[in-house]
Design a protein around this ligand. Structure first.
Ligand SMILES: *Cc1c(COP(=O)(O)O)cnc(C)c1O
Length: 363
């Protein structure tokens, strides 16, 4: 396969140390050495998410697996869920919730904008849902949803807070406990710099209680956290075979975060994103999202008029080995999506991309 620099919305390139960890000798999924490794993965995940939640585990499958796990465990037939839609992944949450029999209400905003506390309060008062679901880092739009104060609103209206942190974990300031997030999920293939295949999930004690008090079984056997939790908890009962080598990779990716330090890592992502934004400005190219709500991990770049966006994506890939992506949904044909995530968030990658963009656009 060609040596691509993956600067799209994901996957991003895995760190070389993660790639070599994947090739370590295999042990069984109940081997004491593997159980030690599982404990380390959980401890490191709690650090990355800034949480003490007991139920903090990597779900088998890509980001969408843990996404569906939060919905499947959180929803019983007829439960009300309020979902914020300001991009593609809000729609995916709606689709998933509908498959578990939820009564769905939505609050919508243009792609690239974010919800204010007042807007959320008004809708919570009207709908009175059991769960409010928001996307912290909308990879389809490049917008960062502010989460400070949202949990206080949820407590006022007696609902749980579900948050998608797939493109924020490991790249964007995120405090699960301080922000009062109850059901949270992510993926390994974005800012964690690990190949796709596992998806971290964390449930607060409030969420665990809610799941324990369900009157019906979770509508998905594979993603039933009361079963999976027994393998990751003290009982270590077999549920399904853990993806052993993926867990080797994830532990290494999380060790890299701990070595660098979360604050330093967030700062690095911010600095390299700003370097990219400054370079675009020099070329006279604008970003889609207002600066105060822009994600450092994913930038939506406005395609200048007269430029064939698809042709640029193709030339960057074929002639420069760089992957970026076009827009989705409302932003289709209007923007490019550029990810600077994890290991890839480095000044030399920003310079290489800007230089390649200049050359391709001149053509
Ligand atoms: C990528 C992504 C997902 C889904 O993850 P997959 O690894 O593609 O299954 C969910 N939510 C957001 C915000 C994402 O960026």
């Amino acid at each position: 396969m060609p040596p691509r620099l993956l600067l799209g919305p994901g996957p991003s390139n895995a760190h070389p140390r993660v790639l070599s960890a994947l090739g370590m000798a295999q042990v069984g999924h109940l081997d004491p050495t593997f159980i030690t490794l599982m404990n380390e993965v959980q401890t490191l995940l709690r650090y990355a998410w800034q949480t003490d939640n007991q139920l903090t585990i990597p779900v088998s499958g890509t980001g969408s697996a843990a996404m569906e796990a939060t919905v499947a465990n959180g929803i019983e037939q007829g439960d009300k869920i309020l979902i914020g839609i300001n991009g593609y992944f809000g729609h995916r949450l709606v689709d998933m919730a509908s498959r578990y029999g939820a009564e769905i209400a939505t609050i919508e905003k243009a792609w690239g904008e974010v919800f204010t506390l007042d807007e959320l309060r008004e809708k919570l008062a009207e709908v009175r849902p059991k769960i409010l679901a928001l996307v912290h880092a909308e990879t389809s739009t490049g917008a960062r949803q502010p989460l400070e104060g949202v949990a206080q609103l949820c407590r006022e209206y007696d609902c749980l807070l579900l948050v998608d942190t797939v493109t924020s974990l490991g790249g964007v300031p995120l405090f699960v406990d301080e922000w009062g997030i109850d059901l949270c999920y992510s993926g390994t293939q974005k800012a964690l710099s690990c190949p796709p295949g596992l998806s971290p999930l964390t449930f607060s004690e409030r969420a665990r209680e809610m799941v324990a008090n369900r009157s019906s079984k979770v509508g998905n056997w594979y993603l039933d956290m009361s079963l999976v939790g027994k393998y990751w908890g003290s009982e270590r009962t077999y549920h399904h075979t853990a993806p052993i080598n993926m867990n080797y990779g994830l532990r290494e990716a999380l060790r890299l975060i701990a070595e660098e330090g979360l604050a330093e890592r967030w700062q690095r992502h911010q600095e390299n994103a700003e370097l990219f934004w400054d370079g675009l400005a020099e070329m006279g190219i604008d970003c889609h999202v207002a600066k105060e709500h822009r994600l450092p991990t994913l930038t939506t770049v406005k395609i200048p008029s007269g430029v064939d966006g698809k042709a640029v994506v193709g030339a960057l890939r074929d002639d420069f080995n760089i992957e970026i992506a076009g827009g989705l949904g409302e932003l289709g044909g209007k923007v490019w999506r550029v990810g600077l995530m994890g290991y890839n968030s480095r000044p030399e990658n920003v310079a290489r991309l800007l230089d390649a963009m200049r050359r391709v656009m001149k053509r």
